[in-house]
Design a protein around this ligand. Sequence first.
Ligand code: SF4
Ligand code: SF4
Length: 138
Amino acid sequence: MKTRISREQVQDDFINKVAEISGENFFNCYQCGNCSAGCPSVDEMDLLPSQVVRYLQLGLADEVKNCRSMWVCAACTMCHARCPKGVDISRIMDALRMLNLREPKAAARVDVTDFTPEYLERAPQIAMISGYRKFLPL
Ligand code: SF4
Ligand code: SF4
């Protein structure tokens, strides 16, 4: 695959928003792969955590906008603990989810009325709160 890289592409609005929301500097990453090697969710991901960062560095927003990896990320912060450059990919994944959920098409992805009262009575409250924080727009 040929990739054209330009200043405009690297300064893409979506990429800038990911940087702003996450507070992370993608350009600190030198692609050592430690994050991907230690990620417990990597088998279910379509992009490795280090690939997500690489695409953001290159301004390839379309590659990451709808990736499965952001939803599979367990926010365990193992990637951050293993990163020699201090890049916190859990924050980047969080920013990607947030931007995705702000899209109109994502509205009402989770609707509490879809759950039966019986289910809600026995559902673990912490898991419900955690799920809502992850899957609803802020
Ligand atoms: S561990 Fe850090 S420097 Fe290494 S690839 Fe992952 S984000 Fe980049
Ligand atoms: S925070 Fe997400 S990307 Fe990082 S190691 Fe955990 S599951 Fe993988």
